[in-house]
Design a binder for this molecule. Structure first.
Ligand code: HEM
Length: 181
């Protein structure tokens, strides 16, 4: 492998990895600081690890770090009655999709429980539509850092919550309106 190729791979991994991990953590903590009742529930629960996963999933919905996957059409394609000519770049607007009430009931509310597994109620309905929220893309070009990110954020949040409690200054409470709107 050439030095140029190695540099390119390492730069991509660093760019894709560092900022996205920091933003994911920051957004998860902002969400919890803005929703004290959920934070108390997390701290009081014996099953921190499971709850942290829900919070991370929720963070991806409330503050998507990326817009979502995009694909370049190699041939003319018809999707939902729309003809998309070849050589068109199609980008999924996940930020809009995660606010769609058809997939995410009470879409404007911060409800990490909507990601609970093995629960079949109205609020977990989004899980029936796996493509309604695909923050890491899919298929062979899907994000290769997904698991690394999940573990890093999970460990970091567990560590932080051992000693710290997060609060949002009153002045910044207005941030709430940006989280899921
Ligand atoms: C919040 C965190 C992250 C999000 C939301 C995210 C999202 C994405 C998305 C949407 C894609 C395109 C997938 C597709 O087109 O199907 C992608 C690709 C990629 N991601 Fe991530 N990513 C995150 C973290 C990371 C981390 C931590 C790393 C590496 C350490 C990483 C490395 C990559 C690489 C190398 C690709 C390109 C894969 C390819 O083209 O074959 N990402 N990511």
């Amino acid at each position: 492998m050439t030095l140029g190729k190695i540099t390119s791979i390492v730069t991509t991994l660093l760019n894709a990895g560092i900022d996205s991990t920091a933003s994911s953590l920051l957004f998860a903590l902002t969400d919890l600081a803005l929703h004290q009742e959920k934070q108390q529930k997390l701290l009081a629960s014996k099953n921190h690890r499971a709850n942290i996963l829900l919070i991370m999933c929720m963070g991806r919905r409330t503050f998507p770090v990326t817009k979502g996957p995009a694909r370049f059409m190699e041939w003319d394609t018809v999707i939902g009655g729309y003809t998309i000519p070849r050589k068109t770049c199609v980008s999924l607007d996940m930020a809009a999709m995660v606010k769609d009430e058809r997939f995410f009931p009470k879409a404007k509310e911060y409800i990490p429980e909507r990601w609970l597994r093995n629960v079949n109620d109205e609020i977990t309905k989004g899980q029936e539509f796996p493509f309604a929220c695909k923050p890491f893309g899919f298929g062979p070009r899907g994000c290769i850092g997904k698991d690394l990110l999940k573990w890093k954020c999970k460990l970091e949040l567990q560590r932080l919550f051992r000693t710290l409690k997060f609060q949002c200054h009153l002045e910044y409470q207005r941030l709430k309106q940006f989280t899921v709107h």
